[in-house]
Design a binder for this molecule. Sequence first.
Ligand SMILES: NC(=O)c1ccc[n+]([C@@H]2O[C@H](COP(=O)([O-])OP(=O)(O)OC[C@H]3O[C@@H](n4cnc5c(N)ncnc54)[C@H](O)[C@@H]3O)[C@@H](O)[C@H]2O)c1
Length: 459
Amino acid sequence: MRIAIIGTGYVGLVSGACFSEFGVSVTCVDMDADKIARLSRGEIPIFEPGLDQLVASNTAAGRLSFTTDLKSAVKGADAVFIAVGTPSRRGDGHADLSYVFAAAEQIGEALAEQPGERTVVVTKSTVPVGTGRRVERILKKILPPDRFDVASNPEFLREGSAIQDFMRPDRVVIGTDGEHARTVLRSLYRPLYLVEKPVLFTSLESAELIKYAANAFLATKITFINEIADLCEAVGADVQDIARGIGLDGRIGGKFLHAGPGFGGSCFPKDCQALVRTAEIAKAPLAIVDTVLRVNDARKRRMAQRIIEACGGDVAGKTLAVLGLTFKPNTDDMRDSPSLSILPALLEAGATVRAFDPEGMDEAKKQMPELDYCGDAYETMQGADALVLLTEWNEFRALDLKRVKALLRVPVVIDLRNIYKPEEMSAAGIAYFSIGRPPAVEPGDVPVAANPAGLRAIA
Ligand SMILES: NC(=O)c1ccc[n+]([C@@H]2O[C@H](COP(=O)([O-])OP(=O)(O)OC[C@H]3O[C@@H](n4cnc5c(N)ncnc54)[C@H](O)[C@@H]3O)[C@@H](O)[C@H]2O)c1
């Protein structure tokens, strides 16, 4: 089999590398000439664990190549995947489909110039329900109907574990009306059939909506536990116990129940927004998802205030050390990261922010040039008035707390990911603020009352 993938970003590159690992011949196309030049030299333009080896071995085996020339890539392909970006459209929150439609047109024109077999045009980008039909209409204007089929094959991989997610997905969803498309996609995903991963065939519309419904549901789960965390703080309960206590219920499940600063990233915020807009147009409003977005936005804004309260109510003239800038660990992706809401608010309040992130700093520097970027975690906290843990990278999980206390000018740690146990921070003599957990209390001690921001301090 031979396929082309249009768009060589987080999804296109991982999908291309993984399909080539399945034994398929893959050409990855991108209009970003610099990206393609780097890939052709063996450089990986994004950080994704394991991707460098996978790309190197499949490129060396001759199964994976990179080009800016869409026409040559599409020639003779059994399937062409569209994996371009679908960001939020400025102003109204709809998905911006201009890249998808431009790619569809280019694919149609390329196929029209090269008479040949039938090609399956597959949308892997996350697109609102109805987009596949519009892609079909674009192609119909350029090509005779017996030259193409359209399909939707949404991608569920998570940045940071993208290869594992692609190779061992919970399920593959394929939406199409065409028997030929079903046959081609079934054989592309054959290695997953062999390891008994469920492959779900649906209509185009259902496949498109499954992706949005999945993201909206996960975002709802996170937002739900975040609100429960606020309640825990008010009543002296521990959100981690609640998460475990409800997560062990098979009907609920333990994943996506980690309280934190609010969800971010390149998918949940924009996909929830696009889904809400789609539902409005369809006159079937999604009040829950709409509320999730509003609650989450407010939460991210409130996090800066929490940090300020933990610093005694004022950060003007103070220095804050921040560890973690990306929206989650094991990625360099800064898109819609909570740090982009929280840190500018701290700067606005007069703080100096020293920051470190293992992979996200190049991108962060473009978006937040006012921060002081440091070389490692300990350098960041030197002389700071508080330490803020914003993203739970593994290397921040086992900090030497004696050293942390010695380096900080004021021993205050605000842990927005609940990486540490209140007891260990208390034992290290650090005032520790976390999310939805009561303070460590020695037998006989009187708990410190919740402060006005809802945080509990351990003296
Ligand atoms: N990032 C994720 O974790 C993730 C997970 C699942 C689904 N998705 C969805 O997958 C899609 C792609 O996301 P991404 O994060 O990989 O985006 P990205 O921005 O990293 O990559 C998109 C790439 O497409 C290229 N491109 C755009 N138009 C093109 C054209 N006409 N020809 C050639 N190249 C073109 C861009 O130059 C860019 O390199 C989005 O719809 C996203 O919602 C993303």
